[in-house]
Design a protein around this ligand. Structure first.
Ligand SMILES: [Zn+2]
Length: 146
């Protein structure tokens, strides 16, 4: 069976958020941020998603921060079940994506956005995660693994 692809240039964010809510059970800023992080990774690494890409999510296992990992699953197609998503307990909203060619991308939620997520009510924070330009939400760095 032919694997699915996610095209970050044409993906409908509202549709992906809908899928994220079905997977995760509720909407929230970290879920939405994770979806957008995943799409950014596919865009910058020119990946079709799901396969040929691995993600290490440092957001741990305590909500709401850990909700980021489910967004990563929806936005990048890297999943726990395929073994290409690993979650570590660093408790920071940072994800490292690595592709089969050894290219690496580290994406982190900007500190001021994380603070806003913590301090705003959930609806406001989710709206920010949905609507803010990607460069306002995240910092990222691309490297080639040696
Ligand atoms: Zn959640």
């Amino acid at each position: 069976m032919k694997p699915l692809r996610i095209d970050p240039k044409t993906a409908d964010l509202d549709d992906l958020i809908g899928r994220g809510i079905l997977l995760h059970g509720h909407e929230g800023p970290f879920l939405v941020a994770g979806i957008r992080m995943g799409l950014l990774a596919l865009d910058l690494l020119e990946s079709p998603g799901y396969f040929g890409l691995a993600a290490e999510c440092e957001a741990g296992t305590t909500p709401p921060l850990s909700c980021l990992a489910d967004g990563i699953q929806v936005g990048s197609g890297c999943t726990v079940g395929k073994g290409n998503l690993r979650v570590t307990e660093a408790n920071r909203p940072r994800v490292t994506f690595t592709d089969a060619g050894g290219r690496r991308l580290v994406v982190e939620l900007r500190a001021e956005v994380w603070k806003t997520f913590r301090e705003s009510d959930a609806d406001k924070a989710t709206a920010l995660a949905r609507q803010a330009p990607i460069s306002r939400l995240f910092l990222w760095e691309r490297t080639v693994a040696r």
